[in-house]
Design a protein around this ligand. Structure first.
Ligand SMILES: NC(=O)c1ccc[n+]([C@@H]2O[C@H](COP(=O)([O-])OP(=O)(O)OC[C@H]3O[C@@H](n4cnc5c(N)ncnc54)[C@H](OP(=O)(O)O)[C@@H]3O)[C@@H](O)[C@H]2O)c1
Length: 300
């Protein structure tokens, strides 16, 4: 990056629950931001605030000092980077358009294998790549207080810090490319299990004719208290599941963790059970609900 300062030109791909507020914070910090989203209308607010709307992932990437992507899952990321028949054409895809010396930060949650494949493709072009999935929820994205789990080289992270620092409050360099995704998948497996365990315990308490508030109050005074309890217990008690981290994405992350475990020869019995529970709710629910809707498993 010619100017590693705070005013790097940013390309930003993926304007979902997370990407929209992240891109907005970069604009507010004075960066020139060129955005692309599959559904272009999701860029309206950003364009009104001064972002340039790219016609293709390629256009978002071609002039960027720093490209950031945050899309749903591995197929979505492969499509924007390399193209796919029936979707983004290979000609319009982002990766081939990145200039040598640019930094590419992927904040989607995908497999460590895909992160390493991207790193190799970037290295061949003289592009520096960080796998940098995030935690902190859409509220963390809005406040610019995300936490980044980073795989890659320290020097690249240092150069990206003026940009990452606008959208994040903490970042951890965890190892070579793929390490950020590995830690993210392990962490989300824990979050999935914590919320599933809470739902399971609530189902038990309610079946016994007691109300769930009592269980949560006791837990708040015990070793079982946690951030997850603070944030998700109200959803479970009220039965309100407005998507913050959608269940379809948690199911994807637990499935990616299980795939990784298979590759590594590790058995994850609890995660495998949670995959079944989340999968059953996902199959039975038409709405796009938060992952705390795993509670619905006990209402069928
Ligand atoms: N929400 C959270 O709390 C949270 C927290 C940490 C990490 N994450 C991770 O961050 C990523 C984004 O999450 P999100 O909550 O922002 O998801 P989201 O609201 O569902 O947004 C997904 C984004 O991916 C795009 N996309 C999906 N399929 C695509 C395809 N085939 N080609 C091109 N673009 C495609 C969507 O475009 P359209 O607008 O056209 O559908 C949208 O921009 C995921 O990997 C998720 O696991 C989310």
């Amino acid at each position: 990056m010619a100017d590693p300062g705070a005013k790097a030109k940013i390309g930003f791909i993926g304007l979902g629950l997370m990407g929209r507020p992240m891109a907005m914070n970069l604009l507010k910090a004075g960066h020139a931001v060129t955005v692309w989203n599959r559904t272009a209308s999701r860029a309206d607010e950003l364009v009104a605030a001064g972002a340039k709307l790219a016609k293709s992932p390629k256009e978002a990437a071609s002039d960027a000092d720093v490209l950031i992507t945050i899309v749903s899952d591995p197929p979505a990321l492969e499509e924007v980077l390399w193209g796919k028949s029936g979707g983004v054409s290979a000609e319009d895809a982002a990766l081939g358009a990145l200039k040598a010396g640019a930094i590419y930060v992927d904040s989607s949650t995908v497999s460590p294998d895909l992160a390493r494949k991207i790193a190799a493709a970037c290295a061949a072009k003289g592009v520096k790549f960080l796998d940098a999935p995030v935690t902190g929820g859409d509220w963390g994205a809005k406040k610019g207080e995300l936490v980044f789990m980073v795989g890659g080289e320290a020097e690249t992270l240092k150069a990206a810090e003026p940009v990452i620092g606008v959208i994040g409050k903490k970042w951890f360099l965890l190892g070579p490319n793929g390490a950020g995704q590995t830690i993210k998948l392990a962490m989300n497996a824990i979050l999935a299990l914590q919320v599933e365990a809470l739902a399971e315990a609530l189902a038990l308490v309610r079946a016994a004719g007691l109300n769930g508030e009592g269980l949560v109050e006791v837990m708040q005074s015990s070793m079982a208290r946690s951030g997850v309890l603070d944030v998700k217990a109200p959803n479970l008690l009220k039965g309100e599941y407005v998507p913050s981290f959608p269940l379809r994405l948690m199911y994807k992350d637990v499935s990616l963790a299980i795939d990784l475990a298979k590759e590594l020869g590790v058995t994850l019995p609890a995660a495998a059970a949670a995959q079944q529970t989340y999968g059953a709710v996902k199959a039975a629910t038409k709405e796009d609900l938060d992952y705390s809707a795993v509670m619905k498993f006990w209402k069928h």
